[in-house]
Design a protein around this ligand. Structure first.
Ligand SMILES: Nc1ncnc2c1ncn2[C@@H]1O[C@H](COP(=O)(O)OP(=O)(O)OP(=O)(O)O)[C@@H](O)[C@H]1O
Ligand SMILES: [Mg+2]
Length: 244
């Protein structure tokens, strides 16, 4: 049978954050995500979902690392991400992020002065990929084709979320990370957009990691749920542990 390829393999990764006296610590004793998997990261507000996603997206440097390996391509060798951080290879980390990862941000993150087509084409353009109709096809799939020439400010919250999803997928990354991609929507719209999103990543064979506090919405879509436990330590630190 085919070998199971791990896109992420983390061991003993810790991120510590201090906010006005109250410390927060996220601990990941072990995390393995296989190529093509669909992952749900579920937990209440403040438990560290965005913190973990930012580390997986190589935006945020872990405070301590046992090991952090990343293998975005089937044929490629696993890369040592902790080594890249330690040696301050920020350009290399940035290139990896651009090429391999699509990020649907919690706040949408669309550029207000660019129209929908330009927003969705941005990562393709930065990577020197051609305008070959990929963006238009995605827009059609997401039901936002008629908005391609509009600025994001003229769209509804749900339409903007669809654009953000399209933008994260347009350069065909091997992995898409989505931070509460439907947070600002009513439950029915949220469910519809989430199903569409999962349908698309399955079709494009993209690994997906979605953070949400609403497990109910995504339970039916067949995602693997990462377990998440939070506790208050004696010194007042909130410690959150993720495994999976
Ligand atoms: N830039 C930052 N600097 C310092 N502390 C931060 C920073 N961002 C978040 N934190 C703290 O880290 C903890 C985890 O935050 P995080 O944003 O990862 O939670 P979350 O699970 O994504 O929450 P939500 O569901 O509200 O988005 C919180 O206690 C928060 O106050
Ligand atoms: Mg968050």
């Amino acid at each position: 049978m085919g070998e199971k390829i791990l896109i992420y393999h983390l061991r003993d990764v810790v991120k510590t954050r201090e906010t006005e006296g109250a410390a927060f610590r996220l601990r990941v004793p072990s995390l393995q995500i296989a190529l093509g998997e669909k992952i749900a990261l579920i937990g209440e507000s403040g438990c560290g979902k965005s913190t973990l996603l930012d580390m997986l997206a190589m935006i945020l440097q872990p405070t301590e690392v046992g090991s952090f390996r990343f293998r975005p391509e089937r044929g490629g060798a696993p890369m040592d991400i902790s080594e890249l951080w330690a040696r301050r290879k920020y350009n290399r980390l940035g290139d990896l992020r651009k090429e391999c990862i699509g990020y649907v941000m919690q706040t949408g993150g669309l550029l207000p002065y660019m129209n929908v087509r330009e927003n969705m084409s941005l990562s393709r353009r930065l990577l020197g990929m051609p305008s070959d109709g990929t963006v238009e096809a995605l827009a059609r799939h997401l039901g936002i084709e008629r908005h391609l020439n509009k600025l994001p400010g003229l769209l509804s919250a749900g339409e903007r979320q669809r654009v953000a999803i399209g933008r994260a997928l347009a350069h065909r990354p091997s992995i898409v990370i989505a931070d509460e991609p439907t947070a600002s929507l009513d439950p029915i719209a949220a469910e519809r957009i989430m199903s569409l999103f999962i349908e698309l990543v399955e079709e494009l064979n993209i690994t997906v990691i979605i953070a949400s506090h609403a497990w109910r919405h995504i339970e039916r879509l067949g995602l693997r749920r990462l377990s998440h436990q939070s506790q208050r330590l004696k010194d007042g630190t909130t410690e959150s542990i993720v495994t999976g």
